[in-house]
Ligand binder design. Structure first.
Ligand code: HEM
Length: 233
């Protein structure tokens, strides 16, 4: 038991934990982005998709995904904070190499962009999942009635009416730029932790990270921007 505790607390294990949970979250983001882009195909496409997700495996699948996401988020954030604290404690009082300074700056900005993303994720859940903020745009697919046992949100109406408000759209686009910046360095960092330092792999990783960051930021931002421009209504 003590050995397990020591392994769990080791820097190496915490780095692996952060890399693996981070990659799982990237997988979720890519899936979520593909679902969101269905908004361009009209209300039926995205609402049927949302309904399919909620009813898959008699409603169990969405809870498995939610549990996995919550666990990944929690482990990712706690290991990031733990490693940042240890790094700070171990940092020499004077920096003597440019490389050291650059890596500290990159990991520190990852911590801050990550914490901003956590704030965004809570706001986003309160908006689209719980209907606790901007509740005037939380539209149900059918009017409340005792017969309606499957009354899920009208995701299309909810997205369009929310993003017709410039303040909400701008907040989302800023958050998506933050997601892109976080991903920009995340892939390189995870591949280094997982030992992918082969001379042929390194240039690929250095291209994939920033490219993924740009595609994810642009892809997610295209939804509020298209609604604000009146292309999707
Ligand atoms: C413009 C960008 C985005 C839009 C329009 C959007 C839209 C939505 C909508 C409509 C839902 C509710 C789906 C439903 O009730 O069926 C949702 C859920 C969710 N979104 Fe997003 N999303 C965006 C970006 C993101 C990002 C960047 C993240 C991750 C940091 C994220 C994480 C989540 C999570 C965790 C859920 C909850 C899934 C659940 O119901 O358990 N979203 N999103």
């Amino acid at each position: 038991m003590k050995a397990f505790g020591e392994i769990w607390e080791s820097n190496l294990f915490q780095k692996w934990l952060m890399a693996i949970t981070g990659l799982l979250l990237v997988g979720f983001l890519i899936g979520h982005l593909s679902g969101n882009l269905l908004v361009f195909m009209g209300p039926d496409a995205i609402n049927e998709y949302a309904h399919g997700l909620r009813t898959m495996l008699h409603g169990t699948a969405i809870w498995i995904v939610r549990f996995g996401l919550l666990a990944s988020f929690a482990l990712h954030v706690t290991s990031a904070i733990k490693l940042a604290r240890r790094n700070r404690a171990a940092r020499p009082s004077s920096y003597n190499t440019v490389e050291h300074r650059a890596s500290t700056l990159a990991s520190r900005s990852m911590l801050y962009s990550g914490l901003l993303l956590l704030t965004y994720a809570i706001y986003h859940l309160a908006h689209f999942t719980w209907g606790a903020v901007h509740s005037e745009f939380y539209v149900k697919a059918c009017p409340p009635s005792p017969e309606c046992t499957d009354c899920i949100p009208d995701v299309y109406a909810m997205i369009v009416s929310s993003f017709q408000q410039p303040v909400i759209s701008v907040a989302y686009v800023l958050a998506m730029i933050m997601v892109g910046l976080h991903l920009n360095h995340a892939i390189a960092s995870a591949s280094q932790t997982l030992g992918l330092r082969n001379r042929r792999i390194v240039p690929i990783v250095r291209t994939v990270g920033p490219l993924l960051g740009i595609l994810v930021a642009l892809g997610f931002s295209s939804v509020p921007l298209a609604i604000l421009a009146g292309i999707v209504k």
